[in-house]
Structure formats: C-alpha cells, structure tokens
Design a protein around this ligand. Structure first.
Ligand SMILES: [Zn+2]
Ligand SMILES: [Zn+2]
Ligand SMILES: [Zn+2]
Ligand SMILES: [Zn+2]
Length: 612
C-alpha cells in the first residue's frame, strides 16, 4: 500500500474516472484506487441530502447510508494522515529490454520479459548477466461480470499442461503497436510454447473467476457459488470499458412533501371525518385549521387526507418526478437566503414568438440550486447508468454486468455537491400529446424504436429489461442540446459548463439547464440573465437545428442503418446535436432533431415546424 499525491485528482474525478476500484496509471507505476474501508479523514465533511441517501440505502439494501465528500490530501506531514490509499496493481510487469524475436515464418517481434513483480530485484528486472532494467505494468488483466479483478495466470495461459510448474522466463512478443491481439504472443523460454493473446478472448481460456476484489483488500475475496461459476474475461487496463462509475444525482429540494405531511398531522383529528373535498374546505375554515394549513394547496391537503384514510404509504416518487413536481408546485419555491439550497420563481411568459406560443408553458428561473452526486458502485465491461427517470436499473445479470461494491459493508458513499443556478422550461402537455398523435410523428417514433430494438439485440440484452425513453423525451433532449449550444455560442459559456436534466414522464415535460461547480463559479448570475431572454436563445436553437454541416447525410440517417450502427440517433451527429459528454445526461444518445424542427429531409415530424 502506498499513499500517493492524489491531490492531483479532482474531487469529482474520485467519483467517476478515478473512483473506487478503478485502475490508474501514475507516472512511475500503476495502481488501483482502494475501497472505502481504506479511506481516512472523510468524517469531517458530511453532505446532508436525505432524499439521495434514502434512495441509495434502498438500492444497496442497507438500513442507512451517509454521504461524505472525498477526503482532500493532507499537505502537512505533522497532521494525521488523511486521504485515499492506493494499491499496486497489476502484479505482473514487462521489463524494458530492447530485443527482437523471429518466429518460424521469419516475422520479427519486439520481445520483452514478462514476470511477476515479486521476482524483481529492488524494483528492477535483472537478466542473467545481472544487468538491470526498469519495468512497466502489463496492460492486460482479467475480470468477470461482477467486477472482480485479478492478474492473468500467464504461465497457465501459455501452457496449460506445465503451467506454474514451468518456472522459466516468459516473454511478451509484440508484432506491432496497439492492441491487435493476434499480433501479440506470450512465449515460454523453456518449453518454447507460444500462444497469441487473441486466444484469451475465447470463452473459458482464462479460467474461472475466484472472486478477487483487490480494491477492498487482499482477503476480500467473494467466491462465486459452485453452481454459478463465472468465467474470467480479458480486460485492457486502460480501455474505456475497464471501469464505469455508477453515479446517482439529485437536485436538493425544499421538503414541501414533508412539511405538508407535518401540517396535516397537526390537524388530522379534525380532518379525518371529511368524506369529500367540499367538506374538507368547510372544516378548514376554522381558525385553528386554517392557521396550520396556511400556504398549502387544499387539493394537495385533500390528497394527503385521503391517503391516510385509506391507510396507504406515502407515494414513492422517482428522483425526477419529485423534482418536476416541485418545480411546478408554485410560483415561488424555496427561499432566497444565503444558506438556502433552493430558490426558484416563475418568470412571466410575456408575448412569446409565434413558434413558441402555446408550446412553451412556463419559464422558471432558479438562482439557487444545489446538485448532489454520489457514487453507488461501479461495473466493468458495460455501463449501468441512471435511466430517464434518474433511477438506476435493477441490478440484474440480464443487463450483462452486476454492480461491484465500494466497501465490504457499505455504510457511507462518496458524494460531491455543486452549487449553481438554473433555468427550467416547461412545455405544454396538450401540445405535446397532439403532436404525438400525428401520423408522421408516429412513423418517425417507430423508426427510433426499431433502432432501439436493434441496439438491444446487438448487445444481447432482453428487450423487456430496458426502457425506451419515448418520443417526448427524445424531443426534449434534442431541444436541450440545441439550446445548450445556442447559449454557449451567444453568451461565451463553455458548453461543458452547462448541464441538462430532461423530464419526459407523466409528471410533465421539461428541460432543466443548470451550472454547477464546487466553488462559487456557478453562482455568478449568468444563467439567470440568459433566462430573462430565453425566447431569443430558443429561436437561435431552433435555427441551429434546421441545418447541419453534414446534411443531407445527417438528416437522412436512419436509426436502423446497420452499416453505421448508430441505432440511438435519428438526425444527429457531431455537426449538430452532439455536445460535451459532461453536459449530457444520456451519453449523447437518444437524439433526433427531426422531432424538433424541419430538416432538409423531413418536414412533417417537427414539434416546432418552420411555417408556424
Ligand atoms: Zn513452459
Ligand atoms: Zn467474479
Ligand atoms: Zn448533424
Ligand atoms: Zn444530452
């Protein structure tokens, strides 16, 4: 174990690229970020976000979860050690020897000794003439669908018969650069067996997974049950599929639901007898009850009373459902005070440009907004990220991979908070539903759905295990990307500084754009200014959507096109809709500008048609 200067890693990266269980190349060695059971010094920075903590405890099936910010590096050597330890991994290295090997056909390879770290002498490889060479960690390791990770047993790989009994030197022969596995061979000096790395891709060659979880510690093995063995698969350490962080995020909301419940509790004895809404209205005229219920919508009070009368549990809302319901609940939500985490108010619509009329329904400016992001776990080989409701899919092997844990017994997880500001745009439900009813739109949506079905098929994921977002979501999402681009062009925002949250469910259709940073950068009032003239930016966004520099190719693209394999795109490419990955909540997928505006190829499917 070693403590490295992790201050170089930004806090947010400790939840994503360099999270627990990820493999990181440092200048002189390569390491594995340790599990939370090894972290120190985080206790001083708790983050309070009950809604997120509650959801995570449900997902992890533990009674309680706390959130803490990742510890910062302690620069003063006299202070107790804080921080995030790392473990050396992998344990096999390649010596930087400059030699070539010629195979039977005369082809030459660069060849280097491949050996376990324990055979090094003072960190160096020593050849038979006692000459010393520096080493680099081997690029290839093995993992299983549960995220377990270990070194490949290279002796066994080269020669399953002699295996470990062949103590001779192994060599890595490379017939080119890069990861063309058929050009990379492992060779045993003694028995002269030689095997292409491409063989490691064949099922079963790397053997059964023993359940190693080296990020949690040497003895944190979690063996697979005998009747459910898992095979190891080859993993390239630096490849993008070596690690996918699972991050859940919420916008901190004032506890309106809880306040309402408390108020109703205080007067429930009097309200319990109410049999209809009219009766409740009469009851609530009494001075005492009126005082308790002041500021609450009586309809919401009635819902709460009925819920109690029926003995039902409080409704569980998805992460995004709670957010959009709060954003739509009143003309002013939260308070504009220095330690307030949420303050939002409705901006009058005024007279809208014709193309937005009866479509844009509500503009909410949010001068105070806090987003909390927390890492729940991670996967390897395939990502497992939040869906359109902001929720993680069920952790189930039908989705090809299972979540790996951050701790042996998880009682807390790392989180970060971003303070910022935002704009929320709410679109007219009836207008969207009328648009969805149009034949041309239905046809387009069917194409997008067919593309999605093909995408599931390619990845061998049962269709019933994943949700199609629906066309209203894709409409909102595509418009959001155009708007982010328009705002960054007009106002000099870097496009990666603005994030999106798309609401496309039953509780309403909307787009939240927000800035956020752990410092104060996000709260300079810039986005609120943008919101004051958001119509102009929306017009610019629609303009940007009509023509792409890659048209007509871009507008003609069909999701079902098997040559391009862009199954989750309609008319969308780098020339028009794709934005910085940090801004997008869906990894730049589920986009189609033909749903938003007329393109050179489609004019029947636009929600904002040119001629209106
Ligand atoms: Zn051998
Ligand atoms: Zn395993
Ligand atoms: Zn394009
Ligand atoms: Zn996006």
């Amino acid at each position: 174990m070693s403590n490295h200067p992790h201050g170089e890693l930004r806090q947010s990266q400790l939840l994503t690229t360099f999270g627990v269980g990820s493999m990181v190349d440092l200048p002189d060695h390569s390491v594995l970020i340790s599990g939370l059971n090894h972290w120190r010094g985080y206790e001083n920075h708790p983050i309070e976000e009950p809604r997120l903590a509650q959801r995570v405890s449900e997902i992890l099936n533990v009674p309680q979860i706390k959130l803490y910010a990742p510890p910062a590096a302690e620069s003063d050597p006299n202070q107790p050690k804080t921080g995030i330890p790392v473990f050396e991994f992998p344990n096999w290295v390649v010596a930087q020897v400059d030699q070539t090997y010629r195979d039977n056909s005369g082809k030459t390879y660069q060849t280097r000794p491949l050996l376990p770290r324990k055979r090094l002498v003072k960190g160096k490889y020593e050849n038979e003439k006692r000459k010393k060479f520096s080493v680099v960690p081997v690029r290839f390791v093995q993992a299983c669908r549960y995220g377990h990770l270990s070194d490949i047993d290279w002796y066994r790989f080269v020669n399953p018969e002699c295996g470990r009994n062949c103590p001779a030197q192994l060599w890595l022969d490379e017939g080119g650069t890069g990861n063309d596995f058929s050009n990379i061979f492992i060779r045993c000096e003694q028995c002269q067996k030689r095997r292409p790395l491409a063989n490691a891709l064949l099922k079963g060659i790397l053997g059964y997974c023993q359940g190693d979880r080296p990020w949690l510690g040497k003895f944190a093995r979690e063996p697979h049950p005998e009747d459910q063995p898992e095979m190891n698969s080859l993993l390239v350490r630096s490849a993008s599929n070596a690690y996918f962080s699972q991050v859940l995020s919420v916008i901190s909301l004032p506890e309106t639901d809880q306040k309402l419940r408390d108020a109703v509790t205080a007067v429930y004895d009097d309200l319990e007898e109410a049999e209809e809404f009219a009766e409740l209205k009469v009851f609530s005229k009494s001075k005492r009850i009126r005082k308790q219920l002041e500021g609450f919508d009586l309809k919401l009070v009635w819902n709460e009373v009925q819920r109690r009368q029926k003995g039902e549990a409080p409704p569980t809302k998805t992460i995004k459902q709670a957010e959009i319901e709060t954003l739509l609940s009143a003309d002013e939500v939260g308070t504009d005070e220095p330690d307030s985490q949420f303050y939002a108010y409705v901006r009058p619509l005024g007279s809208l440009p014709k193309v937005l009329e009866n479509k844009l329904e509500r503009i909410v400016l949010i001068p105070r907004l806090r987003e909390v992001r927390a890492q729940v776990g991670f996967t390897r080989f395939e990502p497992q990220v939040p869906d359109f409701d902001g929720e993680l899919p069920e952790d189930n092997l039908d989705l090809k991979v299972k979540r790996a844990p951050l701790d042996i017994d998880t009682s807390w997880i790392p989180a970060i908070e971003n303070q910022g500001e935002g704009i929320f745009l709410h679109f007219n439900q009836d207008a969207i539903e009328r648009w969805l009813d149009r034949e041309a739109v239905k046809g387009r949506v069917q194409q997008l759905r067919n593309g999605f079905n093909l995408w599931c098929k390619r990845r061998d994921i049962p269709r019933d295990q994943v949700k199609f977002p629906g066309s209203a979501y894709i409409l909102m999402h595509s418009l959001s990307h155009l708007l982010i681009t328009a705002i960054s062009l007009d106002c000099g925002y870097s496009s990666s500084a603005i994030r999106e949250r798309i609401y496309g469910g039953n509780s309403g259709y909307g787009i939240l754009l927000y800035t956020g940073s752990s410092g104060s950068e996000g709260t300079l009032g810039g986005l609120i200014e943008v919101g004051k003239s958001i119509e102009q930016h929306l017009l610019r966004a629609l303009d940007l959507g009509r023509l792409c520099s890659n048209d007509p190719i871009c507008s003609q693209h069909r999701p079902t096109d098997t040559h391009e394999e862009r199954f989750l795109h309609g008319a969308a490419c780098h020339g028009c809709l794709l934005i910085s990955e940090t801004s997008c909540e869906q990894r730049n997928e589920f986009l189609d500008r033909a749903l938003v505006v007329n393109t050179v190829s489609d004019s029947e499917t636009a929600f904002f048609p040119m001629d209106s």
